[in-house]
Design a protein around this ligand. Structure first.
Ligand code: ADP
Ligand code: NA
Length: 330
């Protein structure tokens, strides 16, 4: 039968994806093309829930798309597009907002966290309704599955509730999406403070490896990663967070198991591990950057690829929206 459909998005809110984004999420995207019908988008609508510079946003949107292509998203096999190019997202979002309780939206912990950081008066209504737009992103494609990390579980639950609510009230219209739990994703920690996850909002620039950064600088960051005063290279996240993080990265980039790495480095020092991992990283990053640059060298062609992706996405999205509009009496 038909392959299950999967939908995923990434925000264009940084100049480069980082190693955590890649090993925790994006690495799965090309793989899913073998087993699923894949819809991948750069979620620029979500990016404006916080203040954005238009020029920077436009640039980051293209660079994000080029990075996805560089990581192996194949525009012939996936619908690869920019969220704002498909107006059905916002159209469905309004309908779903009218089915979402105010209190229900207010219970979204990610909003509460972000609003607490910005101050409730400064947080936009868009930030508040963001999870409903996310529900529209998923439901408009009748996605069967959504790859989710722990931080997105509550949002997927809202999407499922809204699909069920609409179906119950207006007749079966939406597929209720399931979480797609990916087995071999890794949680990557900050290289300078391995107790917190690697993030674009890292406190030290040396804690984060950006895929588009100078490979020499990234190699240096690996070589100066924080470890501990011990000597043994063993995977023990509680006692040896830094070393364990390096082993996780090493294993994820090479496909070698952590056990295999532990025995390969038995009797060797942290310096050996870091030096080798730095080389592994450079070998991954260098050809990746060449591919990304080749896409960015021809913006007209890149824009064409994205326009084709949006067209393909709209074929599905517009069908869903017209059923929805009909069901609610438009
Ligand atoms: P950031 O945390 O840097 O702001 P995002 O929140 O934009 O990154 O995350 C984009 C994707 O990358 C999400 O799927 C998220 O779960 C994943 N991700 C982000 N940081 C990490 C990390 N350190 N380890 C594993 N996955 C991560
Ligand atoms: Na984040």
């Amino acid at each position: 039968g038909a392959r299950p459909r999967v939908l995923s998005g990434i925000q264009p809110t940084a100049d480069s994806f980082h190693l955590g984004n890649y090993l925790g999420a994006l690495r799965q995207w090309p793989k899913l093309q073998d087993t699923h019908e894949t819809f991948y988008m750069v979620v620029d609508l979500h990016a404006i829930t916080v203040e954005q510079d238009p020029k920077v946003l436009r640039e980051r949107t293209r660079v994000s798309a080029a990075q996805l292509l560089g990581l192996g998203v194949d525009p012939d096999r996936s619908a690869l597009f920019v969220q704002s190019h498909v107006p059905e997202h916002t159209q469905l979002s309004w309908v779903l907002e009218c089915l979402t309780g105010f209190g229900e939206a207010g219970r979204m912990t990610q909003f509460k966290d972000k609003a607490a950081k910005q101050g409730t008066d400064r947080a936009s209504v868009g930030l508040f309704t963001y999870p409903v737009l996310q529900a529209a992103d998923i439901l408009v494609y009748q996605a069967d599955a959504v790859p989710v990390g722990e931080d997105q579980r509550q949002h997927l639950e809202l999407s499922r509730n809204l699909a069920q609510r609409f179906n119950h009230r207006f007749g079966k219209t939406f597929i209720v999406p399931e979480p797609h739990i990916v087995k071999d994703t890794a949680k990557i920690f900050d290289l300078q403070d391995p107790t917190v996850k690697m993030s674009k909002s890292a406190s030290s620039p040396n804690g984060i490896v950006e895929l588009l950064d100078d490979p020499k600088r990234s190699a240096k960051k690996i070589r100066s990663a924080v470890t501990d005063t011990g000597r043994e290279i063993v995977f023990a996240p509680e006692q040896k967070a830094g070393v364990s993080n390096l082993l996780t990265i090493y294993s994820a980039l090479t496909g070698r198991s952590v056990e295999d790495l532990e025995s390969a480095y038995a009797g060797k020092g942290y310096g050996d591990l870091k030096k080798d991992l730095a080389e592994v990283l450079v070998e991954f990053i260098t050809p990746f950057q060449e591919r990304v640059n080749s896409y960015l060298d021809d913006i007209a062609e890149l824009d064409k690829v994205l326009a084709r992706g949006a067209e393909r996405a709209r074929q599905v999205a517009s069908r869903t929206l017209s059923v929805v509009y009909d069901r609610i009496g438009f």
